[in-house]
Design a protein around this ligand. Structure first.
Ligand code: 5AD
Ligand code: SF4
Length: 374
């Protein structure tokens, strides 16, 4: 009995696929890299941009033939795209050969669903759920161990689907995180631990104890052992001096900060609901650069947000030029059904968006050469 997992999207999904792998192996399945040989195929999907969703639909659609040849094949679809408004139903109707469709809040039920599916198809998308602390993982990211510290997001950036498909922020209890890290360290298999969350700096705000991300970093790094700690993703509005100081002075914390700016223009930042200005962002970056020499800075940008003018886009270009990141990710704005920005007037034509992303990427290429040389 063999399984195959296809993962789309971010590190959170990569890590959740390690959980899916654990569930499947505990039921006796073994991994195959070849989907034609599999008895169970799981698609762990992403909804952040249209492209990710289209690729997922293409991949799932292509299995129709395989399912005909192998009627006992089990096809499961989970992750952010199924949770998205209307997409779960769409998958159920458009791809009737899919056996299991589940959302982001009930992944841990996959074990039961694999038993149930012998009798009937499973379509189960929960609207919310508690943190599953019973989980185990089949870690498969080399010497790096991912540790999820929180789920969801409260920020509602106007372009972003995440709060709708992952729910409100929920922090794991510090004792559960520390126990997991201790086990990772005890195993002796890993030298890097990467803490994951949509917005790690707001860790702890929803807990009824006086605890925050900096305290968590202190507690994790005080565990004995030879390992380094990294984290992603940070929101500029929640970066504190205390946190920058901790990164700067703690030898166990990697000197890497991924801090998405999204735009260099204040009007667009406001429309995006990012709660900081270009000036504030620059102030944080300059503080980080000053206090953490040789820091590796990376960022995300979106081009072609509704109503973005050529001049406003140029402010993104000159912000990138000014900061000289180690690398950036540049995305074409993709309207997501259900978000505020998708309903805004002034959507930018595709060819302009493509032109802007190409210009941003070629600037990035030029700058990266200089930064890497240094
Ligand atoms: N369109 C384009 N890019 C997006 N991102 C999030 N939502 C969208 C969207 N609708 C980008 C942001 C975020 C990264 C993970 O994906 O830059 O930081
Ligand atoms: Fe999306 Fe903004 Fe939350 Fe990041 S902070 S997940 S961009 S809503």
């Amino acid at each position: 009995m063999l399984y195959h997992i296809v993962t789309f999207g971010c590190q959170m999904n990569v890590h959740e696929s390690e959980k899916i792998a654990f569930i499947l192996e505990s039921k006796g399945y073994k991994l195959t890299e070849n989907r034609e040989d599999a008895d169970v195929i799981v698609f762990n999907t992403c909804a952040i941009r249209e492209g990710a969703e289209d690729r997922m639909f293409g991949n799932v659609g292509a299995l129709k033939k395989l399912k005909k040849q192998k009627p006992n094949l089990i096809i499961a679809v989970c992750g952010c795209a199924t949770q998205k408004y209307s997409t779960g139903e769409y998958i159920k109707n458009k791809f009737p050969f899919v056996d299991i469709v589940i959302g982001t809040f009930n992944l841990h039920k996959l074990d039961d669903y694999l038993d149930q599916v012998k009798f009937k198809k499973v379509f189960d998308i929960w609207q919310e759920g508690e943190i599953d602390e019973q989980k185990s993982y089949l870690r498969s990211s080399g010497k790096n161990a991912w540790v999820n510290i929180m789920y969801g997001c409260n920020n509602f950036c106007t372009y972003c689907i995440v709060p709708y498909v992952r729910g409100r922020e929920k922090s794991r209890k510090p004792e559960n995180i520390l126990k997991e890290v201790q086990e990772i360290v005890n195993s002796g298999l890993y030298n890097k631990i990467t803490l994951l969350g949509q917005n790690v700096n707001s860790y702890g705000k929803d807990l009824d104890i006086n605890y925050n991300f900096t305290k968590l970093l202190k507690d994790i790094t005080s565990i004995n052992g030879d390992f380094k700690v990294g984290f992603m993703t940070s929101h500029p509005k929640d970066i504190t001096d205390e946190l920058i100081d901790e990164i700067a002075t703690n030898d166990k914390i990697l000197k890497e900060v991924h801090l998405p700016a999204q735009s260099g223009n204040n009007r667009i930042l406001k429309l995006m609901n990012r709660s900081y200005t270009r000036e504030k962002y620059l102030e944080i970056i300059n503080k980080i650069k000053k206090l953490i020499p040789n820091v590796s800075l990376t960022s995300d940008f979106i081009v072609g947000f509704p109503t973005e003018s050529e001049e406003e886009f140029q402010e993104t270009l000159n912000l990138v030029e000014e900061i000289k990141f180690n690398s950036i990710f540049a995305f074409i704005y993709s309207p997501r059904e259900g978000t505020v920005a998708a309903k805004m007037d002034g959507q930018i034509p595709e060819e302009i968006k493509r032109n802007r992303v190409n210009r941003l990427l070629s600037l990035e290429k030029k700058l990266q050469k200089e930064v890497n040389k240094k």
